[in-house]
Every structure is written in C-alpha cells, then in structure tokens.
Design a protein around this ligand. Structure first.
Ligand code: SF4
Length: 193
C-alpha cells in the first residue's frame, strides 16, 4: 500500500490568492493512498523541505507530491529532499499549479478546480512510479534534425546556438519547405525565401 504525502504551496501571492490552497489540500487528503495533505507558504524554502523530510520519517511516506511551480524550477530540489530522508528521489511528482493554473486562470473557483485536477493526476501517477537509479552513459553532444522546413531550420539553429553540432537532413533538393514556395508573407510583404 502506497503512503502518499501531498503538499500544496502558496508561493506567497503567486498561487494562494487565485487558488484556494487549503481546499485543494483538504480535497487531496480524501484521495486513495493519501495519508497526509497540507498547504504551506513556501515549499522550496528550507523549512518547507524539512517538512517533507520529517513527514517521510515520521509518517512513513513512500510517495510525495508537491503542487507548486514548474518542475523546471524545483523538481530537483524536492527530489533531493526526498533522497535526504531516505526515499528514492523518483518516488516524487510535481503538479504545476502556478504557471499552468494560477498565472493563467482569472476566476478563483475555476483555478481551484484546475489545481485539484492537476493534483489528482500527480497522485495517480506517483502511485505507479517505479524506483529508479541514476547512471551515467557517454553521450555525443550532437543532434539530428529531420526536415529542413522552417520549423526544422529554426530548431537546428537553436540547438547550434547552444554549442552543439547539428545535422539537418532534408529529402528535397533544397531547404525551406512550404515557406520557400511562397512569394511574399503578410503583413510585412517580406520575400518568403
Ligand atoms: S516551490 Fe515553487 S511555487 Fe512554491 S514557493 Fe517555491 S518557487 Fe514558489
């Protein structure tokens, strides 16, 4: 039986004024496998991370969900917190209720409902996580972009700008795709090619 802990972050005025974080936490507490759900001001702070660590040890949590910002911001932070308490860091799942909910939903009721859905998804997902371990493998920092249309050209340039070698392949004799077949583009009337 999984023992899931859920944490809903206020993020100061970023989430709490739009999403009823207490309601989301109370809702999460009723879901299968959830042994504890709470809301907290700043989950990424040291005291926020300590909460997770203490609960893992004291309540025997085997899975952790944090509903807060984008995983890009703090997924690694929370994985480390789990690991620090002896839990496999991949028994963690983040639900993004800031960038994908509070920042883009004006009505508080709708934002709260959306946040609940994000939390349900994270809970069901984390319950099925398998323990993983990190291993290092040699990687060639080289990319292959298939298709030399405007999207492929743009992708190839972006990767190249980050310092990687890029191979751009195109089945036609020239690159540019449909864009290169146009005469002018609206509204600037630039030459498409
Ligand atoms: S975890 Fe993310 S959402 Fe929460 S306080 Fe930190 S930055 Fe804000």
């Amino acid at each position: 039986m999984k023992r899931i802990g859920v944490y809903v972050c206020h993020c100061g005025t970023n989430i709490a004024p739009h999403v009823d974080v207490k309601e989301v936490a109370d809702f999460a507490a009723q879901l299968p496998g959830v042994v504890m759900a709470r809301d907290y001001d700043y989950m990424c702070s040291d005291p926020g991370q300590d909460l997770i660590k203490e609960d893992i040890k004291e309540l025997g949590l085997t899975r952790v969900v944090v509903a807060s910002c984008s995983p890009l911001m703090h997924e690694v932070t929370f994985r480390r917190a789990c690991q620090g308490a002896g839990l496999n860091p991949f028994f963690f799942q983040m639900a993004n209720i800031r960038e994908q909910v509070s920042w883009v939903t004006e009505e508080s009721e709708k934002a709260t409902e959306r946040a609940k859905h994000a939390v349900i998804a994270a809970i069901y997902r984390v319950a099925n996580h398998e323990p993983l371990s990190v291993r290092e493998v040699p990687v060639k920092p080289t990319a292959l972009v298939v298709g030399g249309g405007i999207a492929g050209i743009e992708a190839a340039l972006r990767v190249a700008e980050s310092g990687k070698k890029v191979y751009l392949v195109e089945r036609e004799p020239s690159i540019g795709g449909y864009m290169a077949q146009l005469f002018k583009t609206f509204p600037t009337l630039d030459c498409a090619a």
